[in-house]
Design a protein around this ligand. Sequence first.
Ligand code: ADP
Ligand code: MG
Length: 261
Amino acid sequence: MTDDSIDLETQADAVREAVRAADDRIADKKASLTELDSAIGDADHGANMTRGFGKATEQLEETDDHPADVVKTTGVALVSAVGGASGPLYGGSLMKASQELEDGLTPETTVAFAERYLETVESRGKASLGDKTMVDALTPAVHTYKKSIEVDGCAPLEALGKAVDAARRGVEFTTPLRAKKGRASYLGWRSVGHQDPGATSTLILLEELLAVATEHLDGEVDVDAEAEVDPEELETSVADDPEATGEDVSTSDDLPADGGD
Ligand code: ADP
Ligand code: MG
């Protein structure tokens, strides 16, 4: 119990740090977010995001020592401080998804958080992949994070790195699209050729999350990976199942299949 609460306290601190880092980076990028939104919107995305994260940062001191509460409070701040479409989408989805972090930050809870966040953005904004919105950065990021953890067995930090790369490709993918949702959709075909502001801010936030996670988790990755592999269990499984070794050798997906001729 004591260990758990110390752990949650540390996690809450890490999330606070991520919110502060996001605030700084969004402030740095305010002008470019504004520029993107002036091309296909109403030129307020930089101001909206800066105001929202400024408010979120101010409220960090009020938060409980639990990561779920820090995330929820950040969501509330974004909803209350941002008037545009992005405020309720970012903020409301953070509030909802924070429920998945009640047991703290683990690979499982962070996957559940990411999925719930995406689901909430989609259900509130009614946008789908390809509509030229933040969903286009978020969807590949969330799918990649989930697959990296659940299928590939990556550590969370590595999974997050892959998710950020996927989000970056998603942002690039918004440029040639015609907007179907939000203000940019009013422009019809004239929205083609411009990068979506909300997808861009989503990527910025994910990049900051990765930077903070790297500070906290880099170096722990190897320790965790080692801790997960019990050498005794490994020896037993190899000894008991010689075919497992054979399977490893013959699993050469990269080799051209020659049909055994
Ligand atoms: P507003 O469009 O109200 O001025 P912002 O400029 O702050 O709000 O945010 C614009 C961004 O919000 C868009 O670039 C897009 O990514 C995102 N967005 C707008 N509408 C939707 C929607 N229905 N679903 C998902 N994202 C949306
Ligand atoms: Mg706008």
